[in-house]
Design a protein around this ligand. Structure first.
Ligand SMILES: *Cc1c(COP(=O)(O)O)cnc(C)c1O
Length: 220
């Protein structure tokens, strides 16, 4: 068994333990295996071990490896977890099953247009910049609830979740708690939060999906 497959099973076991510890149902948390920078040959063994949900942060990189993998494994669910430029909305809607990084009006408008044009509707999450970091994508926390409402009412987009990436040098707990509160206020069910270093904490704060890369595939 390769390293990635072994590490994948270890992460699955830790997710199950964190679910139990948090008093949550087994299987309540979806593992999004983040495969950015790794190629199809690295990813295939993890698919064969049973993983079906993957995350990529660049549209162009994903276009290079996922169409063939999705054809071989039609039940793959591919998440876009990196910033989306409006000129890439067409490609993103065509390839991804979940887009987690809706964070401004222009992207919402472009996605609505492409969804209508292609007749293909990825699930959409709004990214929230919980730490208000200037270099980071995401809507400001104070604007998040109104933005979700505008996505629905102005653009006709169903927003199914919120996503955040807490500041690297801070305790993530308060950021996860803030995202959970905003999701409740916005009437949104899913919470994408937690990465290799903090996914067990995120599960304790109510994550419904965790995005784990290096703990499975190794360092990039
Ligand atoms: C790369 C990435 C991850 C995975 O990070 P690891 O620390 O390797 O688990 C999660 N979320 C986003 C948005 C990323 O870009």
């Amino acid at each position: 068994m390769g390293d990635a497959v072994q590490q994948f099973f270890a992460v699955k076991a830790k997710i199950a333990a964190a679910e139990r510890e948090a008093g949550r149902e087994t299987g309540a948390v979806t593992l999004v295996a983040v495969s950015k920078t790794f190629d199809a040959a690295d990813i295939a063994p993890v698919i064969e071990a049973g993983q079906r949900v993957f995350g990529e942060n660049r549209v162009q990189e994903a276009q290079g490896k996922w169409p063939a993998l999705k054809e071989a494994f039609p039940d793959i669910e591919l998440h876009l977890i990196g910033p989306l430029q409006s000129n890439k909305a067409r490609e993103a809607v065509a390839l991804f099953d979940v887009i987690e990084t809706v964070d401004r009006e222009k992207i919402a408008a472009e996605l609505a247009k492409e969804i209508a044009r292609q007749g293909r509707a990825p699930k959409l999450y709004v990214q929230v910049n919980t730490g208000s970091e200037p270099q980071k994508a995401g809507i400001e926390p104070r604007d998040a609830v109104a933005f979700v409402t505008r996505c629905r009412d102005v653009h006709g987009l169903a927003i199914e979740g919120l996503m955040c990436i807490p500041p690297a040098d801070e305790n993530p707990g308060p950021h996860f708690a803030l995202l959970e509160k905003l999701a409740r206020e916005a009437g949104v069910a899913n919470l994408s939060m937690g990465m290799s270093g903090d996914y067990e904490t995120a599960i304790a704060f109510g994550a419904t999906s965790v995005r784990v890369g290096s703990a499975i595939f190794g360092s990039r």
